[in-house]
Design a protein around this ligand. Structure first.
Ligand code: ADP
Ligand code: MG
Length: 391
């Protein structure tokens, strides 16, 4: 460590972010609003965060010269995606003020490590088995895990790297189809609801959290988030927050952490996975809370006081995938932004990605209103304007 961990990094300093996607862009915008300069390490010249930062270190995440440069020009560094190479994180942890720390990110990179942590901390997770070899795929006692979902332990996102497995006989082929890498087989659970909890933990161990939101997925990708959910028992919300806090403490976590949960048909709560960064389900906080998840990321990184965010408006967030740039015949078109912006409480966020592709996250739309039901009404109208199936 080159700096005292408790030092407050005052505005004017340069903060670094690894990764130039939309999360890096929104981190940079929050940091800039608070008076910081931002440097981004990102190989793509046109990446969303590179467009908004004056210091673009254009190199791959394992480029030693680039890491030295980043360490030289920044007072602290954070990440916007979890799959930063381990060697990079270890090096940064030793040479700059990094939040979150490398060992915590390493757990979040690996579903089997996540589940081992949940189990160790007494946080329930889906019944599962690690499938690391052809022999595991053939001999594992998996009847109780079927029908199941086989997920690659590493590098999966937006439903990628997952296959459903109906019978034990299907498992070896599914494992090979996912590349023969270490996987986790989980039982497919009957979900009543999906929730996520986003919190921030400071270097001093203080934790603040955002209100839990309900998440709706389509094809494994987040489609909409509802905050606050229209039907969420307060006791359940509290259990989710307490579980997320226990996980953050168990990891000695510093920074913003998101934990995804399933609520099962019997009302029980199961931790699914976590992200060592702001999360898509928290994007509504930009417009619905006095302190957003990106503000919290900045505060935790610079050692500023963490204040409990207050949600001033109920909100519904819709993801804008590249699909809405195509009409039903497959012709590319510009979505009807004027039609969307005519709706009450609409906040349009686009990430500056040049090429719309199906399933690619191009932006999001948040609707704020006096109630979640009213925000959902406006979001449903937006679905109609954009040609999306209503939820
Ligand atoms: P990703 O990294 O792609 O977000 P997740 O593990 O969160 O992977 O899975 C994506 C979505 O798939 C979840 O939000 C949920 O809707 C569904 N899903 C994942 N695991 C299960 C499960 N064990 N049972 C039922 N649905 C699941
Ligand atoms: Mg997920």
């Amino acid at each position: 460590m080159t700096a005292h961990p408790t030092d407050f990094i005052a505005p004017g300093a340069t903060l670094g972010v690894l990764g130039g996607g939309q999360l890096g862009r929104m981190f940079a915008q929050a940091a800039q609003a608070a008076g910081y300069t931002v440097a981004v390490l990102e190989p793509d010249a046109h990446a969303p965060a590179a467009q908004v930062t004056p210091n673009h270190v254009r190199a791959s995440y394992d480029d030693a010269d680039a890491l030295h440069q980043l360490a030289r020009i920044t007072a602290a560094v954070t990440i916007e995606f979890e799959n930063v190479p381990a060697a990079t994180l270890d090096w940064l942890d030793a040479h700059v003020q990094l939040a979150p720390h490398a060992p915590a990110v390493a757990v979040c990179q690996d579903r089997s490590a996540e589940k081992a942590l949940f189990t160790r901390l007494g946080v329930a997770c889906a019944p599962h088995a690690v499938i690391a070899s052809e022999a595991d795929a053939r001999t594992a006692h998996i009847e109780s895990l079927l029908p199941g979902i086989l997920k690659t332990a590493r590098l999966g996102y937006d439903g990628k790297g997952q296959m459903t497995v109906a019978s034990a006989a299907d498992l070896p082929a599914a494992w090979r189809a996912l590349g023969g890498v270490t996987c986790v087989l989980e039982r497919k659970l009957d979900l009543r609801q999906e929730l996520s909890v986003i919190l921030a933990r400071g270097r001093d161990g203080q934790i603040v959290h955002l209100p839990p939101q309900q998440n709706l997925h389509r094809d494994g990708i987040l489609f909409a988030s509802f905050a606050p959910p229209s039907a969420l028992e307060p006791a359940l919300a509290q259990r989710a927050v307490q579980a997320a806090q226990a996980i953050a403490r168990g990891l000695d976590y510093v920074g913003v952490l998101c934990v995804e949960f399933f609520v099962l048909d019997d009302g029980s709560l199961v931790a699914n996975e976590m992200a060592p960064r702001p999360h898509n389900s928290g994007h509504h906080t930009l417009d619905s809370c006095d302190v957003s998840q990106f503000d919290l990321q900045v505060r935790a990184l610079v050692g500023a006081p963490l204040v409990a965010p207050r949600q001033h408006s109920p909100a519904v967030m819709l993801n804008l995938l590249g699909d809405v740039w195509f009409d039903p015949s497959g012709q590319q078109r510009e979505p009807d932004w004027a039609g969307v912006l005519a709706l009450p409480g609409a906040h349009l966020h686009l990430y500056g990605k040049r090429e719309p592709r199906r399933a690619r996250k191009m932006g999001h739309l948040t609707f704020t209103a006096a109630t979640t039901a009213q925000a959902a009404q406006a979001a449903l109208q937006a679905c109609s304007v954009l040609g999306l199936e209503p939820f």
